[in-house]
Design a protein around this ligand. Structure first.
Ligand code: P71
Length: 459
């Protein structure tokens, strides 16, 4: 007998709501111009549905808010630090915790500690802040993700996987002594939120162990990765998400975490390590750049919210609703014929701007132009993930990434299915009028992470 479809629904109900603003097209035209056609520079009050990022934009639970009231704001030895340390040990299996105010601060510390001038750092696709910290420490990032990750149409189930042949070639070329660690991200952001398989992680561990190379895990979205393993990898269908997360972490030597994503908080992060000597050095550094080693730039109440958020992030109902909401939007757009990155990832739907705007060259910033047009149509804010984000290489030349994307990033527990419908309809409208979209020119370019503050004008 055929099984009837059973729907999922949000595993929470609303207790407090935040009213959002609607604007007219004229108001949006003025706001966009003032923002230099960069969605990062829009004021939030001018945005209707904010899909800029899933970072720090989650709705916290009543349990997290209650936890905030138990903030122990002692300068040293806050109770909340020990709660967070216990959560990291229990849910992720890492031994030692260095709290930081957010993910990039942990990246700064680990990069400075492990990377020497002239080193190479292989990784499964770059992330903007991660690569910058590697470069500032004297290293060069080398991409070793599988080729499929650079192909928006490939439906490989684990497009985040490390290509072990590519990694072996990097080891052969430079020698293990020049490779401080492999930067391994789960649910690879720039590839479209694409997961790494457990099989690949096991093989990566084996290869790196043979050469004495560490694996440092960017675990910002590890629970989303675990959900895909559960759904797609043989042998994991009946395993609890928490167990899958623990197994993932067990193949790595340490981790950087932006708790603003998976861990459902508005601010926070950490570096987690298994090696005592390295931990001691990191703990020494955190007091210089972040704060004492028992708060690292977070208030006690923030650490409590992270500790509780971690426990909620691995709840089956939570992670299912979270990822399936993203997939709901993605499938709706696919049904409308809109070119997106396949398969739909864990934290957002990525529009394929190269394919949508074939009349623009990459130098005319197609993804930036598409994000601007979407905002104009409906007040939906998205993020460019293409040539602007990719920045310049060490010689000062523009990087030309294969992926030229607009990210519709879904905050956790914030928007409803009706919001997703409104977003899809706006994307469809923009898609149907795509031939009228013109390119942009960059009129201001900051030195670091240019996408945040760059300004554009119409061509
Ligand atoms: C995202 C962000 C936030 C962001 C950062 C830089 C440019 C645009 C937006 C942050 C991440 C991330 C991964 C995989 C480390 C960080 C830095 N993502 N690794 O996707 O996704 O964490 O923001 O807490 O410093 O919008 P941090």
């Amino acid at each position: 007998m055929e099984q009837r479809k059973r729907s999922w629904a949000e595993p929470y109900k609303m207790k407090v709501v935040e009213l959002i603003h609607m604007t007219t097209r004229e108001e949006r035209e003025a706001a966009l111009k003032e923002a230099g056609y960069n969605t990062f520079l829009l004021k939030s009050k001018d945005v209707y549905i904010d899909l800029l990022t899933d970072s720090g934009t989650s709705a916290m639970s009543d349990r997290q808010w209650a936890g905030m009231m138990t903030g122990d704001e002692a300068y040293a030895g806050s109770e909340n630090f020990y709660h967070l340390e216990a959560a990291v040990q229990k849910y992720y299996g890492y031994k030692y915790l260095v709290p930081t105010h957010q993910g990039r601060a942990a990246e700064h510390i680990i990069s400075q500690l492990l990377i020497k001038q002239g080193d190479v750092v292989p990784g499964n696709m770059y992330f903007t802040t991660t690569r910058l910290h590697q470069e500032l420490a004297g290293g060069t990032f080398v991409d070793v993700i599988i080729d499929e990750a650079h192909d928006p149409d490939s439906t490989h189930p684990f497009k985040g996987n490390v290509d072990l042949n590519k990694l072996q070639a990097v080891i052969d070329k430079y020698g293990a002594s020049k490779i401080p660690y492999v930067a391994l991200a789960t649910a690879v952001n720039m590839a479209g939120g694409q997961p790494v398989s457990m099989q690949n992680l096991r093989e990566l561990r084996e290869l790196t162990a043979k050469h004495g190379i560490k694996v440092i895990h960017d675990m910002t979205r590890v629970a989303e990765n675990a959900y895909f393993i559960k759904k797609r990898e043989a042998g994991y269908a009946d395993k609890p998400i928490g167990e899958i997360v623990l197994e993932i972490c067990s193949y790595t030597d340490g981790a950087t975490m932006s708790a603003k994503k998976d861990a459902l908080v508005n601010i926070g992060g950490f570096l987690a390590l298994n090696d005592w000597a390295l931990f001691e050095k990191a703990r020494n550094m955190v007091v210089v750049y972040e704060g004492l080693h028992t708060y690292g730039g977070m208030a006690g109440r923030d650490m409590e919210a992270v500790a509780i958020g971690i426990t909620e992030s691995v709840e089956e109902n939570h992670i299912r609703a979270r990822v399936e909401q993203v997939i709901y939007l993605g499938e709706k757009l696919i049904a409308m014929g809109v070119p997106v990155v396949h398969p739909i990832g864990g934290h957002g739907v990525f529009l394929n701007a190269k394919q949508i705007l074939p009349h623009l060259t990459q130098d005319q910033f197609p993804a930036q132009a598409l994000a601007a047009e979407l905002y104009l149509d409906s007040g939906v804010r998205s993020m460019e993930r293409g040539i602007v984000s990719a920045g310049r290489n060490k010689e000062g030349k523009n990087n030309y990434p294969k992926l030229e994307l607009v990210r519709l990033t879904i905050p956790r527990r914030v928007y409803t299915q009706a919001h997703m419908d409104v977003v899809a309809e706006s994307v469809q409208e923009v898609y149907e009028n795509r031939s009228k979209i013109t390119g942009l020119k960059m009129v201001y370019e900051p030195e670091y992470l240019r996408f945040f503050q760059a300004r554009f004008d119409v061509l």
